[in-house]
Design a protein around this ligand. Structure first.
Ligand code: ADP
Length: 438
């Protein structure tokens, strides 16, 4: 708007300057001088009223010849702007206060390179002011409307969220009361959806844990009951017969002792496992020579293996010292080496291999026994899982050995893998960090 106003005033000044140039500046004079042409003065007045402002004409000596406000006549206005205009230079427009724009134009004769005077025009900016006021009034109104809409939307959103939270809370309370089969409805806003999905994951996990706990309890009860049932049958049949020969009596008693040992073994294994379910802080870490640990184990297992003509080879690539819980690691290795003997053919071979790099040590136990079917390999580390129940029972297995071994390895932040082919043999590989990572 300012630019438009300036252009308009400049054009008007140029036209006026031309008129003055041809008519002579005296025609526009306000003084009582007889040269003044009242038409020209009126024209100047109407031009000034058109721009709602004031027009001042200076003669070539900077004296005010004409002023539509009739104030400064016969005074001299010598300013930087009037000097510039008089020299024929362009003077940039200026704002005077908030309401006027001053445009100074020289009445310059290019041919003679002389100035005949200067026009100073003060154009009103009231229109701009009123437009600005109008805009600011409207903005205020728009602001108000926005505020109102925001408040209304805010209230609606709060009410809606409250409603959603109420629904979620009700559903959660139902689940908390024990109805774990229920799920939060996965709908609504993104946040509610994500929260519901996360919550449902937790309840699913909880259900899984609950199922595995129930399965574990029923497995334990079953496993503990089996030897007791056998003992009862054995004892009952002894009681029911009269004059039982001593040999039968001794044989039955041997079977009963065997079942008691079995019961004992299950309870020992279970206690080991439960103890290890606690935090890993229970590990009793010390620096140990793994070669010696394996030698000790083989010393105990070899006589059992020899009974079935099974040969155990120990192959150690280097001396390995590592930070481990000796008791628990012995238990883990013992289970795996014992299995390699248990699930082997008479006259078979077991190879125990030890190696290490700068970070881990590796124990590999390989046998050429019965092997594990492909589809069972995933499950052998589960508690009470046995591929061949009869064989496992025969050999005194509880189905807990590998679960214990795996737990021990995991507590040491290691890993355990199995490779096996049915009928050809099985290899277990344990990898454990040399330095315990707490
Ligand atoms: P168990 O007390 O029955 O030996 P484990 O947890 O030690 O229980 O092993 C689980 C099952 O994995 C065993 O019942 C057996 O079927 C299978 N298994 C473990 N080690 C071997 C192996 N070296 N060769 C063949 N089968 C094995």
């Amino acid at each position: 708007m300012m630019e438009l106003r300036e252009d308009y005033v400049r054009i008007q000044n140029t036209i006026l300057a031309n008129r003055i140039f041809y008519e002579g500046i005296d025609q526009f004079s306000y003084s009582d001088d007889s040269f003044a042409d009242s038409d020209m003065v009126n024209e100047l007045q109407s031009m000034a009223s058109q721009i709602e402002g004031r027009i001042i004409l200076l003669g070539s000596n900077f004296e005010v010849v004409s002023d539509t406000y009739e104030r400064n006549v016969n005074q001299y206005i010598i300013t930087e702007d009037t000097l510039k205009a008089m020299r024929g230079e362009k003077v940039s427009a200026k704002k005077v206060g908030n309401s006027y724009l001053q445009v100074t134009t020289g009445i310059y004769d290019k041919d003679t390179d002389q100035s005949r005077g200067v026009i100073i025009t003060l154009a009103s900016l009231k229109e701009r002011e009123s437009l600005l006021k109008d805009i600011s009034d409207r903005l205020f109104l728009i602001d108000g409307l926005f505020l109102l809409v925001s408040v209304v939307l805010g209230i609606l959103l709060a009410l809606f969220s409250r409603h959603c939270f109420h629904d979620v809370r009700t559903e959660m309370n139902v689940i908390a009361e024990g109805h774990q089969e229920n799920r939060l409805s996965e709908e609504g806003f993104q946040e509610f959806y994500q929260m519901a999905v996360a919550f449902n994951k937790i309840t699913d996990r909880f259900k899984e844990l609950e199922n595995s706990r129930q399965e574990f309890v029923s497995n334990v009860s079953h496993e503990l009951k089996t030897p007791i049932t056998s003992m009862k049958i054995l004892a009952d049949s002894l009681l029911m017969q009269e004059d039982v020969p001593v040999e039968i009596y001794e044989e039955f008693m041997e079977d009963i002792v065997h079942e008691i040992d079995r019961e004992n073994q299950i309870i020992t294994d279970l206690l080991d496992l439960v103890r290890m379910d606690k935090a890993s802080g229970d590990l009793n870490i010390s620096s140990a020579n793994i070669n010696e640990l394996l030698e000790q184990l083989l010393k105990r297992i070899t006589p059992i293996a020899e009974k079935r003509n099974i040969t155990i080879h120990l192959e150690t690539m280097r001396q390995v010292t590592a930070e481990v819980d000796v008791g628990k690691l012995s238990l883990a290795c013992n289970n795996i080496i014992e299995n390699a003997v248990k699930y082997n053919h008479n006259g078979g071979n077991v190879n125990v291999y030890l190696n290490a790099d700068h970070k881990f040590f590796y124990i590999r136990v390989r046998d050429d026994g019965v092997g594990i079917p492909e589809d069972c390999q995933e499950r052998i580390f589960e508690r009470f899982y046995r591929v061949d129940k009869a064989r496992s029972r025969e050999t005194g297995g509880t189905g807990l050995g590998l679960a214990i071994s795996r737990k021990v390895v995991l507590l040491h932040k290691g890993s355990i893998r199995v490779h096996s082919k049915e009928g050809e043999g099985t290899t277990f590989i344990i990898r454990i960090p040399l330095n315990y990572i707490g």
